[in-house]
Ligand binder design. Structure first.
Ligand code: SF4
Ligand code: SF4
Length: 324
């Protein structure tokens, strides 16, 4: 690792250039924080896991040490560069169509973010200083919302999403961890005040004021993470969702009057958001695979999607395909 302070390296200029480049690459926002251990978050997560609120998401139990100490992910890590990529583009699904969370309307934004982060890394390497770093977007054990808060990009809302004062919460978070020290942003100290709209709106009581977040009651977990059929007592509470859930974000005042991300035209190519109830009823195993090929919905098998559709009383007639 180079000691940049010895060669007259301008930390503020470097940080500014990184952030400007991030915006020119199409990111909606960028902030930078120094790498440090996140003991409090690690303790909270340990307790949450011990209480079994993560259901079948056993992967969350692994790499606890890396999650607490990001320098285990990148040797000599000094900085966490956090980027936000808005997927808000103001379109609505057809009325009465099975509902899909907004992040799954277009192609899988995780690819887009990772590609752009690699371009940002190349830029730093070529134009600022030689670095060693790694890009992540939901691809490593990281407290990503905490890092975003630490870089001044927002606060963690009662609905567990990062709330950015201008972008609301409809965005993907990405991180570039590098062994380069630059000037850092101050953490943001916002909070939700007395709002509570998301808690009142959550149909399954996954979010409550009294208890910790219960992922096993969350529609997102039940429609995506769980490989089993949705429990009967939750089926009537799905509000038409078959993949994810936006209810606690849709009601959030910080998501009102959002700007549409002008860079989305390159990523909104799939037709998932346009599908009607009739279209969904005729989806076969083969057409489903094609439909979700470049979408984050590919994490949901055809068999599971059939279960989800049936849970909201939209059945697919092609019985023989449901075993796949
Ligand atoms: S995503 Fe839906 S089910 Fe999950 S906490 Fe938010 S409102 Fe509740
Ligand atoms: S709805 Fe209200 S309480 Fe919930 S995250 Fe938004 S501001 Fe916070």
């Amino acid at each position: 690792m180079i000691n940049h302070s010895e060669i007259g390296f301008d930390l503020h200029d470097a940080a500014q250039r990184i952030k400007s480049k991030a915006i020119s690459l199409g990111f909606s926002a960028c902030g930078i924080a120094p790498v440090h251990a996140l003991e409090e978050d690690a303790m909270f997560m340990k307790q949450w896991l011990q209480n079994g609120k993560h259901g079948m998401m056993a992967y969350l139990e692994r790499y606890a040490e890396h999650r607490e100490h990001p320098d285990l992910l990148v040797e000599n890590a000094r900085s966490v560069i956090v980027v936000l990529y808005s997927y808000f583009w103001g379109q609505q699904q057809p009325q009465d169509a099975p509902k899909v969370a907004k992040y799954a309307y277009g192609i899988d934004y995780h690819y887009v973010v990772k590609q752009k982060l690699q371009q940002l890394s190349d830029y730093i390497n070529e134009s600022i200083a030689p670095i060693h770093g790694r890009a992540f977007c939901d691809s490593a054990p990281l407290f990503e919302r905490r890092w975003a808060q630490q870089t001044g990009l927002g606060w963690i809302g009662t609905n567990k999403c990062l709330i950015h004062p201008q972008l609301g919460s409809f965005f993907v978070i990405g991180e570039l961890i590098v062994d380069l020290e630059v000037a850092y942003d101050a953490p943001l100290k916002g909070d939700c005040g007395n709002c509570g709209l998301c808690v009142a709106a959550c149909p399954t009581h996954a979010l409550t004021f009294e208890a910790e977040f219960d992922a096993t009651r969350c529609i997102s977990y039940q429609t995506i993470e769980s490989k089993e059929d949705i429990p009967d007592q939750l089926k009537s509470l799905l509000h038409g969702y078959v993949a994810g859930c936006d209810i606690c974000q849709d009601v959030c005042p910080w998501n009102r009057n959002l700007m549409i991300n002008p860079n989305l035209s390159e990523t909104v190519r799939d037709l998932v958001w346009e599908m009607t109830s009739v279209d969904w009823r005729s989806v076969t195993s083969a057409s489903y695979k094609k439909l979700v090929k470049n979408s984050s919905l590919r994490r949901i098998s055809y068999k599971k999607m059939c279960m989800n559709l049936q849970a909201i009383q939209t059945s697919i007639p092609d019985e023989k395909d449901k075993t796949e």
